[in-house]
Design a protein around this ligand. Structure first.
Ligand code: UGA
Length: 436
C-alpha cells in the first residue's frame, strides 16, 4: 500500500521506516530540512535501537523516501499524522499548532477515499474537529494512537500489544478500519487485539494509558517517601506487592521519577482538557502525580547535598546519565539533566556522561561539563549520582573500580539500580531512593 507519514520525529520517522519494513511504499514528510536530508541519506537523526537498520533497508529497497514537500503525499492511500503535540508555552494544555498545520497542508492533496490517520497524542475532541476539515475532500479521518516506548519503538510499531482505531460511525468507518487492518497486516495476522471504536474513546485510550503509567510510578514514589521516614525499603515493597497479579511489578520502579516527551506533558494536557470539559476534579489526582514526581528530583539532589556534608559548593559530582531513560538519546524533561542542572546551580562542578545523549544535552544545557568516556567522567569526583540506568552504569559498574577513580566515596542511586550491599562492601556511603 502507498502511505505517507507527516512528521518525522521520534514517532513519525520510526513509523515510516517500520511501515516500509513490512512491505509498504512510504514517503515521510517533515518541514525540517536538516532531518529530511539525514533521513534521505539513510542516517537516523536520533538514537533508536533497530531504526538504522530498517531505514537503510527501506531506502535501499526503494520503498522508503523522504521529502519536505507535503505535495509528495499525494497518491498515498493512508496519510499518517505523527507530528508533536508539546506542552503550550504559557500553560498546561497541548499545543496543537503542528497537528493543525499538518492537516491544513495535506488537505489540497487528498483524494476521495483516502484515509487520514492521526497518531499524535491529542486532547479528546480534536479528531471530531479535524474530521470536519477533512470531510469536504471525501477522505476519512481515523484516530490511531501510538503506544510505542522510546528505546523499543521499532518493535512496538511492528509488533504492538494492541491496535486502536477511532472511526466515524457506519460503513465509512468500517471501511476505514478495514484499510488500517491491511496496513498493520503482520500484527493483525498474529492476532494482536484490534479495537475499533469512536474518536473520543481512541483519543482517551492514549491519554488514559499514559496517565495510568504515570500514576503507577508516582504511587511507588509516594511509598518511597513514606519508606524514607520509616526505614522501610521501597524496592522490597514493590517486589512484594508486584507479586499480586492484579498489581504487577512493571512500572513500580521507584527513583528519580518519570520524564521524557510524553508522560509529563500528557498528564498535564489531560488535566487541562478535563478542566475545559468541566470535569477537572475527575483527574485532580494527576496534579498530585505530577507533584510527587517533581519532588523526587529535589530529593535526589538533597541526598547528594547531605552525602557531601551539607554543601556541594566547589565539589566535583559525576552524574551518570542525561537521557530520560536508557536506550534513548532523548533529554526532553529528563529528570537526570534536571538534577545535574540543579546541582550546578548550587555551585557544584558537575560532569555529566551518557552513552548517547550528550549531544542533545549540551544543546539544552551548555553550562554543564560533558565527558563521553565514563571513567574519565568519574575521575576525581567527590560524589557519584546515577540517574539513567544504562547497563554501563549499573551491571557493568564495579564499585571497587570506581573507587580507584574517584576522590570521594558517596554514591546516590537515583534509579535504585545498584547493588547497595556490594557498594557498601567496597567502602561507599550508598544512598538509594526510598531505601534505608
Ligand atoms: C511512554 C509510554 O510508556 C508509551 O506507552 C507511550 O506510547 C509513550 O510514552 C508515548 O506517549 O509516546 P516513553 O516516554 O518512551 O513511553 O517511556 P517510558 O518507558 O514510559 O518511561 C517514562 C519515564 O518513566 C522514564 O523517565 C522512566 O525512567 C520512568 N519510569 C519508568 C520510572 O521512573 N519507573 C518505572 O518503573 C518505569
Amino acid at each position: 500500500m502507498r502511505l505517507s507519514v507527516i512528521g518525522c520525529g521520534y514517532l513519525g520517522a520510526v513509523h515510516a521506516a517500520a511501515m516500509a519494513s513490512i512491505g509498504h511504499e512510504v514517503v515521510g514528510i517533515d518541514v525540517d530540512t536538516h532531518k529530511i536530508d539525514a533521513l534521505s541519506r539513510g542516517e537516523a537523526p536520533f538514537f533508536e535501537p533497530g531504526l538504522q537498520q530498517i531505514l537503510t533497508e527501506g531506502i535501499t529497497s526503494g520503498r522508503l523516501r523522504f521529502s519536505t514537500d507535503t505535495a509528495d503525499a499525494a497518491g498515498a492511500t493512508v496519510h499518517f499524522i505523527g507530528v508533536g503535540t508539546p506542552q503550550q508555552a504559557g500553560g498546561y494544555g497541548a499545543d496543537l499548532t503542528y497537528v493543525d498545520a499538518a492537516v491544513s497542508a495535506l488537505l489540497p492533496h487528498l483524494r476521495s477515499g483516502d484515509i487520514v490517520a492521526g497518531k499524535s497524542t491529542v486532547p479528546v475532541g480534536t479528531a471530531a474537529r479535524l474530521a470536519e476539515l477533512v470531510a469536504p475532500t471525501g477522505a476519512t479521518l481515523v484516530w490511531n494512537p501510538e503506544f510505542l516506548r522510546e528505546g523499543w519503538a521499532v518493535q512496538d510499531t511492528i509488533d504492538p500489544d494492541r491496535l486502536v482505531a477511532g472511526v466515524p460511525a457506519g460503513e465509512r468507518g468500517e471501511h476505514a478500519a478495514g484499510i488500517l487492518r491491511e496496513v498493520y497486516h503482520p500484527a493483525v495476522a498474529k492476532g494482536t487485539p484490534f479495537i475499533v471504536t469512536d474518536y473520543a474513546t481512541a483519543e482517551l485510550v492514549k491519554v488514559a494509558a499514559n496517565a495510568f503509567l504515570a500514576t503507577k510510578i508516582s504511587f511507588i514514589n509516594a511509598m518511597a517517601e513514606i519508606a524514607e521516614v520509616t526505614g522501610a525499603d521501597v524496592t522490597q515493597l514493590a517486589d512484594a506487592i508486584g507479586h499480586d497479579a492484579r498489581i504487577g511489578r512493571r512500572f513500580l520502579g521507584a527513583g528519580i521519577g518519570f520524564g521524557g516527551g510524553c508522560l509529563p506533558k500528557d498528564i498535564r494536557a489531560f488535566a487541562a482538557r478535563a478542566e475545559e470539559l468541566g470535569r477537572g476534579e475527575s483527574v485532580n489526582f494527576l496534579r498530585e502525580v505530577d507533584a510527587i514526581n517533581l519532588r523526587r528530583r529535589e530529593r535526589a539532589v538533597q541526598l547528594v547535598v547531605d552525602g557531601l556534608g551539607g554543601t556541594v559548593y566547589g565539589k566535583r559530582i559525576a552524574v551518570l546519565g542525561a537521557a530520560f531513560k536508557p536506550h534513548s538519546d532523548d533529554v526532553r524533561d529528563s529528570p537526570a539533566l534536571d538534577a545535574a542542572v540543579r546541582l550546578h546551580g548550587l555551585g557544584a562542578d558537575v560532569v555529566v556522561t551518557d552513552p548517547q545523549a550528550i549531544e542533545n544535552a549540551r544543546r539544552f544545557h551548555p553550562q554543564l561539563t560533558y565527558i563521553a568516556e565514563r571513567d574519565e567522567a568519574l575521575r576525581d569526583a567527590h560524589a557519584v549520582l546515577v540517574v539513567t540506568e544504562w547497563d554501563e552504569y549499573r551491571r557493568e559498574l564495579d564499585a571497587s573500580h570506581v573507587s580507584s577513580l574517584t576522590s570521594g566515596r558517596v554514591v546516590v542511586d537515583g534509579r535504585n539500580c545498584l547493588d547497595a550491599v556490594a557498594w557498601r562492601a567496597a567502602g561507599w556511603t550508598y544512598y538509594g531512593m526510598g531505601r534505608p
